[in-house]
Design a protein around this ligand. Structure first.
Ligand code: GTP
Ligand code: MG
Length: 455
């Protein structure tokens, strides 16, 4: 639009406005504007103003959130894959934000169902491998029975392939970071009033395993309790009951149409963390009601560890999970012992200058698995040659505790002045964990206040 410089007082000021503010001219209404156009323009202007106010409000909200975040306690969970980081996070959520967990229960239902289906898939995989190798059951009755079961359970296995959760053949379930997957699952209706409604839904929603699981309940139990299957699994050294996300013994309950996971199911469910997730927790009740803190959960596999470092400079405490799995190897590197791997990460953390003033808390986790391994007669010395004590839980935990303590003393940049804080845990024990996470949270607060010279 051309800018006309008029000599009249009014015109002059308008033209100067236009010269100073390039938007004034183009924003001026057309001379021949109709009343409908005028009201349309007014509405558009109101919309634009509302959008602009919304952007301002959002920016203010983000600013307030960042200020709150700056003041809030920040905890980073570290440790190798399957060490129990996400399980500890779930325990924090159960202790401080039970209503939030309640809202997400349906999402966990899907994970538990998929964990169960993955176990069925593992069994069928063993049977199929034997059939392919021509070494299936010699008893023809058993062979016929298991082939029929295998056929009937095939549609259930297809659910995994179709699932919106990322499902890796070898490594189980993983979901994208950020928690959006929980909404994906919680938006669907998860209860049926009649069987016909159920089967209609099964056809409509292939991704929902609830209906198929219900229909396959008996077959799963027949498969899992079959003697021939148990012998086949033993021959393949497949100890499903010792692996993460094991729910086969709970099939009747989980395949029930009204199934909703208990707190214990939620902490036992296995889903691999991919990337880095920050969880904002606001205490819903108790003495800390309203207190806010942030917990960052990361993926623990070797390839994920480079992504940990950027989170080191903005953290008050690190909870380091070291499972007491002295007789297990890393999934991504079957030549490396899990405990040696944990010690190696611990050494790096203790010696890190970036973390010199960060509280390090060690959780020697999976104590229940250690107890089971020792009770079944596994010898520690066979896996840890320097171990010379009797194979008891207190001896073994003390041995590893001392090794972690040694590196902590030796490598910490602040030397002996940094306290060595350690807890022995079984992170799936929700009852004990409830008081433990509160103790840990309180101790971090106290340490944080002491650091800032308030106490
Ligand atoms: N028996 C037993 N199982 C545990 C314990 N802690 C965790 N688990 C189980 O171990 C599996 C792995 O735990 P997660 O918390 O997912 O491990 P993570 O460290 O987050 O693993 P990534 O996300 O892969 O890095 C889950 O199925 C847990 O239920 C424990 O103390 N005892
Ligand atoms: Mg995890």
């Amino acid at each position: 639009m051309a800018i006309v410089i008029s000599s009249s007082r009014k015109g002059k000021s308008r033209s100067l406005d236009a010269l100073e503010n390039p938007f004034v001219g183009p924003m001026r209404p057309p001379a021949n504007e109709t009343s409908a156009q005028r009201s349309e323009r007014a509405r558009a202007l109101q919309d634009a103003q509302a959008r602009s106010r919304k952007i301002d409000d959002d920016l203010q909200e983000t600013k307030r959130f960042l200020e709150r975040r700056k003041k809030a306690l920040k905890i980073l969970l570290l440790g190798q894959a399957e060490s129990g980081k996400s399980t500890v996070l779930k325990n924090f959520q159960l202790a401080y934000a039970p209503a939030t967990v309640q809202r997400e229960r349906v999402a966990w239902k899907r994970i538990v169902q998929l964990n169960l289906i993955l176990s069925v898939k593992a069994i069928l995989g063993c049977l199929q491998a034997d059939w392919n190798a021509g070494s299936g059951p010699t008893d023809s009755e058993a062979d016929k029975r298991l082939r029929a079961l295998s056929m009937r359970l095939k549609p259930l296995i297809a659910v995994i392939r179709d699932s919106k959760v990322l499902c890796d053949e070898q490594r189980g379930l993983s979901v994208p970071a950020g928690g959006a997957w929980k909404q994906l699952f919680t938006t669907t209706r998860d209860r049926f009033s009649t069987d016909s409604e159920l089967f209609n839904r099964m056809n409509l929603e292939r991704n929902d395993p609830g209906g198929l699981l219900h229909a396959s309940k008996e077959d799963i139990m027949l498969l899992w309790t079959d003697d021939v299957v148990q012998r086949t699994l033993a021959r393949h050294s497949m100890r499903l009951e010792e692996s993460s996300g094991f729910f086969l013994d709970d099939t009747p309950r989980i395949a029930d149409i009204d199934y909703l996971p208990t707190d214990d199911d939620i902490v036992r469910a296995r889903v691999r963390t991919v990337g880095v997730e920050e969880h904002h927790i606001i205490a819903e009740n108790g003495k800390d009601k309203g207190a806010e803190f942030f917990i960052t959960d990361v993926g623990g596999s070797r390839s994920s560890r480079a992504s940990w470092v950027p989170y080191f400079d903005d953290v008050n405490a690190i909870l380091f999970l070291a499972p007491l799995s002295f007789n297990q190897m890393l999934e991504e590197d079957p030549t490396t012992n899990r405990l040696e791997d944990s010690l190696s990460i611990w050494r790096d953390l203790c010696g890190s200058k970036l973390l010199a003033h960060c509280t390090l808390i060690l959780l020697l986790n999976k104590k229940d698995i250690l107890a089971r391994a020792l009770a079944s007669g596994v010898e520690v010395k066979k896996y840890v040659t320097s171990y010379n004590e009797e194979n008891t839980v207190p001896n073994v935990t003390k041995y590893f505790r001392d090794r972690f303590k040694h590196y902590h003393r030796k490598l910490s940049p602040t030397g002996a002045s940094r306290p060595f804080i350690v807890y022995e845990t079984s992170a799936i024990d929700t009852r004990t964990m409830k008081s433990l996470v509160v103790t840990v949270h309180d101790s971090i607060i106290r340490k944080n206040l002491a650091n800032s010279d308030i106490i």
